[in-house]
Ligand binder design. Structure first.
Ligand code: ASP
Length: 439
């Protein structure tokens, strides 16, 4: 069977199993279009409230889940050599997927030039100021070391309280490796985290009863705020993003899995369809994480691999975000008439890889860490106000798309690693019917 048919059928199966969430998305789009341009303050307040309840409920379990999953994952792998092997493989796989995403974003943005049409909205003096700043920055290179410094938490409790995921993960990784090293005395604390993990997964099950109304409300309020007209005014930019995301989903991931594993992409997509839909609805990889783990484990990926690779992926692997950031920055450069030299393009691509992986898996984070790329180019977001205004008008919808891509690639990488390590039960993965029986 042709690959695209396999993907469609698999997604169909996944949607059939979770038709209520899919229905929530479609109904959300229809209601959002209807509400756009009308004043129904009560309806918008209620929709925002329902959406926020759903997001807050899932965010509530993220930190306990990430901490317990990483501790269990690392201590169960135990031996140093295996841990090093998994860890390296994970970084390499995530690195490959994100670099391809950035390359696709850059090539598409250079071919379609989405920013050129936006140039007439930008005041001439603003444009020349921006051009001068970029030129000056290109002469003296910037220090990216400070970015890395920020990843080391000087006070982990502060990072926990502030919900800063990257420093939290750095601390928990070091803590878990130390626990693995100290041998049997770690038992009480590891069993403690096993209980925390089990309880948070149970809470996730309960929260998922609320997924359909939650996703409906979030989609409806996002769509009602911009209506469909926005699609025409900024269509080129959206088109470039859409093509880029589709290439990742329908070409890059299937090829990646073919090359590095025996996993059938269709079966994987059918397994994680529910997580993909919730990612789209919530625009948050972290919030979707409990579900991504549940979907992967239910369909045969071992707990050992899933609990180690997915929490890290949900925070560090943001290929959809990297693609968007590359396109967005090239869009701004084109709109402001900045000369896109090969050197500048490579710098944008490298900074996008760093900026995306420092970005938290929460709504809107990707547009904020674009500041890091602009900073590297010698600019501040304030200098690009008019250009940013464009990006913000459609922020939510692009966030929904890029988060779906982010979450899917986490699943692709975890499946490849599980395959390589013989940690996948193919009877479950390749047999959605068997899954229905045990679900
Ligand atoms: N919302 C995205 C995510 O959670 C991050 C971003 O804003 O790009 O994956």
């Amino acid at each position: 069977m042709k690959l695209h048919m396999q993907i469609l059928i698999a997604l169909g199966l996944g949607i059939k199993r979770n038709w209520h969430i899919f229905f929530g998305i479609i109904l959300g789009i229809v209601v959002g279009i209807f509400l756009h341009g009308h004043e129904y303050p009560l309806v918008s307040t209620v929709l925002t409230f329902i959406g926020q309840v759903f997001i807050r409920l899932i965010q509530m379990v993220v930190i306990p889940l990430v901490v317990s999953a990483i501790v269990i994952g690392i201590t169960s792998i135990g031996d140093n050599k295996q841990l090093g092997k998994f860890g390296t493989k994970m970084v390499v796989y995530y690195g490959i997927i994100t670099s391809i995403a950035v390359a696709i974003g850059a090539v598409l943005a250079l071919i379609f030039k989405p920013g050129v049409g936006a140039a007439h909205y930008i005041a001439e003096n603003a444009a020349s100021e921006v051009q001068a700043s970029v030129a000056a920055a290109m002469e003296q290179q910037h220090n990216v070391l400070n970015i890395f410094l920020g990843f080391i938490p000087s006070n982990p409790m502060h990072s926990f309280a502030a919900g800063d995921m990257v420093p939290i993960i750095v601390f928990v990784l070091i803590f878990a490796v130390a626990l693995a090293k100290v041998g049997d005395v770690n038992r009480p604390i590891v069993s403690f985290f096993e209980s925390v993990f089990a309880a948070t997964m149970k809470i996730t099950d309960w929260i998922m009863y609320f997924a359909a109304p939650g996703v409906f409300a979030l989609t409806a309020s996002a769509v009602s705020s911009f209506g469909i007209d926005i699609f025409t005014s900024i269509s080129k930019y959206l088109l470039v993003l859409f093509i880029g995301f589709m290439l990742q989903l329908c070409v890059v991931y299937p090829l990646f899995l073919k090359f590095f594993s025996k996993v059938n992409i269709g079966m994987l997509y059918s397994a994680v369809a529910e997580a993909m839909m919730v990612a789209f609805g919530t625009a948050s990889s972290s919030a979707t994480l409990p579900l991504t783990i549940a979907c992967c484990e239910k369909r045969g990926i071992s707990h050992k691999i899933a609990s180690f690779v997915l929490p890290l992926g949900a925070t560090l692997n943001m290929d959809g975000t990297a693609l968007l950031q590359t396109v967005a920055v090239i869009f701004l450069a084109q709109a402001y008439g900045v000369a896109l030299t090969p050197f500048l393009i490579i710098e944008i691509a490298l900074l996008a890889i760093i900026a995306s992986s420092t970005c938290a898996g929460i709504p809107g984070a990707g547009l904020i860490t674009i500041a890091l790329i602009l900073n590297g180019m010698g600019l501040s977001p304030e200098q690009l106000v008019a250009g940013f205004a464009f990006l913000f008008t459609i922020e939510r919808i692009t966030d929904m798309m890029r988060t779906l891509v982010n979450v899917t690639s986490d699943a692709v990488v975890v499946a490849a690693i599980a395959d390589n390590e013989n940690e996948i039960n193919y009877d479950l993965l390749n047999n959605p019917a068997a899954y229905e029986d045990i679900a």
